[in-house]
Design a protein around this ligand. Structure first.
Ligand code: PEP
Ligand code: MG
Length: 324
């Protein structure tokens, strides 16, 4: 941990003029949770449930999942933990559930897999709901949604699992339900999605890959993978406007939120929650605490006028050189 940053751990994440932005973390293992708490995380914006699945040699049972989820929820309580339902396919595969496709990033992944296997989805949702009993700090979100029907079916399965558990005698609250915006088509439907859910969360890793048609893991095209591309920035801003037009909060949980300069732009756009890897948390907090909201907004409006990533990076570098 960089010396000096540690002192920020318990200070609020707010600008010089007291505009607050929530800094949450992305987790997968219990170790992430511990590091996050040490650094003063105020919640979990993305708990990647596929990570505990990857550590096993078969699908974890409902009870095994309940215990794993309970540990996360308990570690962060009373702070919110946003659990994402299983996101396999694409670059993430389970050894005991192989998916072989020509074009995995455009294929069977995320919600597409779990809606085709409602038994996997329902067991997972039941385990999450049971784990939240008495804590009530759970949010559930679904990945890779590309149309309204997917989110409505997922929601219906959530209600079904919830009703079953009430009948079985569990005392649980219905958790907020959200969808990830990570498919370009979803950007243009953010309003339709927001009208049906409790929150949106942007997956900027996949959104960048799909908007720019650049495989996020292919080194040959890595120099085209620009999360600060004008097209990505316009999409990110449009999502906030549409989400807020429905009175729905919006988070971002891709790597971009952990980049201090990008975090300022995202805060200026109006993102309610920036969720990042714990390693970036205090760096981002230190930068947020060094500016006014107006300065961040000015940087955003300057950057939004530029035609390419190179000039955007130049402006950002110059700004950071001037302010130290
Ligand atoms: C994303 O796509 O930005 C995201 C947060 O999800 P993942 O990186 O797990 O695909
Ligand atoms: Mg993703």
């Amino acid at each position: 941990l960089v010396a000096g940053l540690e002192a920020l751990k318990d200070l609020p994440c707010e600008t010089v003029d007291h505009h607050r932005v929530a800094l949450w973390v992305n987790t997968g293992l219990m170790a992430d949770a511990m590091i996050s708490l040490e650094r003063g995380a105020e919640g979990v914006g993305l708990y990647r449930t596929e990570i505990p699945f990857m550590l096993r040699d078969r699908f974890p049972s409902e009870e095994e999942q309940r215990q794993t989820y309970r540990d996360q929820l308990q570690a962060f309580a009373p702070h919110t933990v946003t659990m994402r339902t299983l996101d396999v396919g694409g670059d993430k595969s389970l050894p005991y559930f192989p998916i072989e496709e020509e074009n995995p990033f455009l294929g069977w992944r995320g919600i597409r897999v779990t809606l085709d296997h409602p038994e996997i989805f329902l067991v997972q949702i039941r385990a999450m709901l049971k784990a939240s009993e008495g804590l009530n700090n759970l949010r559930i979100m679904v990945p890779m949604v590309s149309n309204v029907a997917e989110l409505e079916i997922a929601q219906m399965l959530l209600y079904r699992a919830y009703d079953e558990l009430l009948e079985e005698g569990f005392q649980i609250e219905m958790p907020p339900f959200g969808v990830m915006i990570e498919v370009p088509g979803a950007v243009y439907q953010a309003k339709d999605f927001a009208a049906r859910v409790d929150f949106l969360s942007v997956g900027s890793n996949d959104l960048t890959q799909y908007l720019l048609a650049v495989d996020r893991n292919n080194p040959r095209v890595a120099d085209l993978y620009h999360s600060l591309h004008p097209a990505v920035l316009r999409a990110l801003r449009a999502i906030v406007v549409d989400s807020h037009s429905q009175g729905v909060p919006v988070s971002i949980c891709g790597e971009l939120a952990g980049d201090p300069a990008a975090a300022l732009l995202l805060m200026a756009m109006g993102y309610d929650v920036l969720s990042m890897s714990a390693t970036n948390l205090l760096k981002v907090k230190s930068v947020v605490r060094s500016v006014t909201l107006e300065q961040a907004e000015r940087l955003l409006s300057e950057v939004m006028r530029l035609p390419d990533t190179e000039s955007i990076n130049r402006v950002i570098d110059a700004t950071f050189r001037n302010t130290g």
